[in-house]
Write a protein that binds this ligand. Sequence first.
Ligand code: ZN
Ligand code: ZN
Length: 451
Amino acid sequence: KLNVLIFNHFISFISVLSLFHSVGKSDISLYLKIIKGGLMRRTLFYNVQVWDASREFVEEGMHILVEGDRIKEISDKPIKTTETLRINCKGKTIIPGLIDCHCHVVMSSLDIRELQDIPLTLMTVKASTIMRDMLMRGFTSIRDMAGADWGLAEAVEKNLIVGPKIFFSGRALTQTGGHGDSRQRTHIGLEPCACSNGLNFTSIIADGTSEVRRAARDELRKGATQIKVMASGGVSSPYDPIDNIQYSEEELSAIVQEANSWNTYVAAHSYTSKSTQHAINCGVRTIEHGNLIDRETADLMASKNVYLVPTLITYDALDRKGAQLGLPQTSIEKLQRVKDLGQNAISLCREAGAKVGFGTDLLGTLQSEQSAGLRVQNEVDSARDVLVSATSVNAQILNKTNELGVVAVGAKADLILVNGNPLDEISLLFKPDETLDVIMKDGEIYKNALN
Ligand code: ZN
Ligand code: ZN
């Protein structure tokens, strides 16, 4: 769309030019040729190893041509092309750009209450740094699970800031006293203080079917690609027990109905079997965290085609660094209950045949540990399973199968070139600064350590 826009502007520019500066017709056609050639950028990755979830192992000696924002050709024979950036990829592997299905780019502080004092301008600048760093780790798409909005997604789309594509939830829906209700106990007013920019961005308190319908519709109106609900207590909220159930059947079903009517789905923050089964029975499609689920719940997830989006690294990182970074004592205590069970939940889902995605849920300065999320998931999953989760399964969650998370003709050219074979050595992806030679999103190169 942007290209068309630029193109149209260019045409008008040329028309004006020809009127006032007597530019000849031949000049115009030359300009058109140049601008067309410039817009249709091409990159050839030659002699490259390729992997995506459709391939059991890496395929060697391949050639990939990217034209514009798409993969144009994949061949085991050399591809002839002109006016193309050529990248020799001997010994290196192209895999799909990684996808993180649970993050919060506006949460630049570990104590979410600190967000109250952050003006929107500063919040946005901090988010843009967080997003740039994500892309530089090879994450070309993210699903933001509360906080990011259309403005940030649009800024990325228009290349005003550098970052991954954002599939945003807008504000998470929370009941009064729920995981997203960040008021102090002494706070009497219904809404969080109007001055609390950051918090107003991350959640909306809505109770009763008509309020939750309005809240869901409002986030969809503002462009949310899915609706996030708080369906149980959580670690970062000080007052709600982790094992409570949030939202009644009527409320949760109403939210699901609104999302489905908009041709999208609901993602639920949920820890226990009780809250997870409740959410699934109301029609929720993805379970965020899910640390405390049992076998029966994993079976239910498999039978209803519900995805688990584990966020193991956030517990791992909070456990190591939370206290020194100012994580409140109540949250530290809650953390102990869930931190060691996240991997168990993944095992149960794998055994039951429920699909497992990949998420990180890191807050504040811990966001820098995003790549380590692959490491902790690899403690329970094979390297291949982790990579499938972070590419193909996450693309399914985003409803972008065949478009994202694949290396295929016609798919978006969201690709990373790894110096080595990450299937044999997934630890390559834990240090992206050193091992990612090329990072490409929409056919555009954001990092090229080779040319
Ligand atoms: Zn959560
Ligand atoms: Zn979260």
